[in-house]
Design a protein around this ligand. Structure first.
Ligand code: PMP
Length: 394
């Protein structure tokens, strides 16, 4: 039977990762896959995570099954982190998921159950897994213009015009902060306009918040989500602990649904649990138990927040340092936008040819569309990147 299969389309980022690992050059620079690296080039386990893991080893008394929804304390803590203290909890259903990816997938499955043939509107550009997941869940998708290469910012007028065409039964996916791949985020005023459009047009916002705490801080990064949650009757939210808890491989996330009324929230929760049950039965416990331990303990939570703040501050410093280095090295302020962008990524506007020459001639790895992971740099990397770009631009 397997000979009838078609080869799957290679995942660009995974392929880049493999090419980087196979590159024998000592002085190579990985700015591809989205992981945070410290000055020594490591992706550290956070102090609070280590402490919570030690505590779990000592105190956890059983590995018996939990439930398809995972750990309710974890879900409640994640909802509070994202929606804030005023969360309308009686209208929210949440389940623990296998990373943010698992949250996006189970929410797409839920939409497919609720509205067969629903259309998901995706930003152009977006994380390449978004269209792939929507398709796999049986949903149609359309795109809305998000990015303006000329201003290297959000193409607000075009975005607003496109979303004015979305209507009831449509789902509009929005990156909550730290847009991947562009690094260009919406302003609070623009979020308010989107909320008004959603109410007026009747579409359902779908917030993918994979980088809370990596942009301007835990609270500011939830601004868009909270503006929408206060205005719209219904909304879908995918959360990830991969970056802000650095739990990448432990696969921790949360899918939340805001429903128009408590009864609909119960129904959504029931369906999310049923979808989990037929997919993997129950999510893996360990990473979520770590997060729940940290968020439920004042001292661990404070230490986690401090370490997250330090990661964010370091990314912002790398951004200003890189913009300054490029200004000096290229005698050109055309890269100043890097310091205005937020999160791990910036879409640099570098052509596929320049990206390929950076890789081939200098061992500097960027994604083919010109996305760079700023959080993969260090002081030496900033200089190397600026030198390499100066060399290929001649
Ligand atoms: N959404 C977006 C926009 C992302 O960039 C990512 C991570 N690359 C995810 C979701 C999912 O992350 P994970 O499954 O690793 O938690």
């Amino acid at each position: 039977m397997f000979e009838t299969l078609h080869p799957s389309k290679p995942d660009q980022i995974m392929a880049l990762n493999a090419a980087f690992r196979a590159d024998p050059r000592e002085a190579k620079l990985d700015l591809g896959v989205g992981v945070y690296k410290d000055e020594a080039g490591r992706t550290p386990i956070l102090r609070a995570v280590k402490a919570a893991e030690r505590r779990l080893v000592e105190t956890q008394a059983t590995k018996a099954y939990l439930s398809p929804a995972g750990d309710p304390a974890f879900c409640a803590a994640m909802v509070a982190l994202a929606f804030g203290a005023d969360a309308p909890n009686d209208r929210i259903a949440a389940v623990q998921t296998v990373g943010g990816t698992g949250a996006v997938r189970i929410l797409c499955d839920l939409v497919a159950r609720a509205e067969r043939g629903a259309t998901v509107w995706l930003p152009d550009p977006t994380w390449p897994n978004h269209p792939a997941i929507a398709k796999q869940a049986g949903l149609g998708f359309r795109t809305y213009t998000y990015f303006d290469p000329a201003t290297v910012g959000v193409a607000w007028e075009a975005m607003r015009a496109a979303l004015s065409e979305a209507g009831p039964g449509d789902v509009v996916l929005l990156h909550g902060c730290c847009h991947n791949p562009t690094g260009a985020d919406l302003t609070p005023e623009q979020w308010r306009e989107i909320a008004a459009l959603a109410v007026d047009r009747g579409f359902t916002p779908f917030l993918d918040l994979a980088y809370q705490g990596f942009g301007d801080g835990l609270e500011p990064d939830a601004t868009g989500l909270r503006i929408l949650a206060a205005a719209v009757p219904e909304m879908l939210v995918a959360l990830s602990c991969s970056k802000n808890f650095a739990l990448y491989r432990d696969r921790v996330g949360c899918a939340a649904v805001l429903a128009a009324a408590p009864a609909a929230a119960d129904l959504a929760g029931d369906n999310l649990r049923a979808l989990a049950r037929v997919t993997y039965s129950m999510p893996a416990d360990h990473g979520a138990a770590v997060v729940s331990t940290i968020l439920g303990d004042a001292a661990l939570r404070e230490d986690w927040t401090a370490e997250l703040d330090a990661m964010r501050a370091r990314i912002l410093t790398l951004r200003t340092d890189l913009a300054a280095a490029l200004r000096e090295r290229l005698n050109d302020d055309g890269f100043d936008f890097i310091s205005r962008h937020r999160g791990m990524f910036s879409l640099t506007g570098l052509s596929a040819e320049i990206v390929e020459r950076m890789r081939a001639e200098h061992g500097v790895y960027l994604v083919g569309d010109g996305r760079m992971n700023v959080a993969g740099l260090n002081a030496a990397g900033v200089r190397r990147f600026a030198d390499a770009l100066a060399a290929v631009r001649g």
